[in-house]
Design a protein around this ligand. Structure first.
Ligand code: DQA
Length: 143
């Protein structure tokens, strides 16, 4: 089973960026642990601060991946282009957020991703990604 994880802008700075909100763990270490925990899953990880690169990766993986976890970060609240890319591909996309965006500023309450995502997981720290993997495993078994 193939799962892709996409992290958007500024998530390369996890572990040092606004640690009171996002925690002090970096994603690379967390990802190494994920690969051990879910050793039967073939993961691809992509992080970019550039909107078009995220769209290109969705196009590249969106017809072969069994599921995509997408934390579009700030692009969540702005990107029609990423939303259109999700509509254009076949793989189910789960919207992921580390923080509970609804308990934060108003501009974070609007998501262009939510209406086109299979589901949304937010507010559980890095564990949001694990919950996302579990949901893709369930979709894979059921469909
Ligand atoms: C985020 C929430 C977004 O509002 C923010 O711009 C991020 C991270 C999260 O994972 O909580 O960069 O997507």
């Amino acid at each position: 089973m193939n799962i892709s994880i996409i992290n958007g802008p500024n998530l390369n700075l996890l572990g040092t960026r606004e640690t009171e909100i996002y925690g002090s763990n970096d994603f690379e270490t967390f990802f190494e642990d994920l690969k051990v925990e879910y050793s039967s899953i073939n993961f691809k990880y992509f992080q970019s601060n550039i909107e078009g690169e995220i769209i290109n990766f969705l196009h590249d993986e969106g017809f072969s991946s069994d599921g995509i976890l997408l934390n579009a970060a700030a692009y969540t609240h702005t990107s029609v282009g990423i939303a259109d890319a999700i509509k254009s591909i076949k793989s189910p996309v789960i919207e992921i957020h580390i923080s509970n965006t609804f308990s934060r500023e108003n501009f974070r309450h609007k998501s262009f991703i939510s209406p086109v995502a299979r589901g949304i997981i937010a507010g559980f720290g890095l564990n949001s990604y694990k919950l996302g993997i579990e949901s893709i495993i369930k979709i894979f078994k059921d469909e």
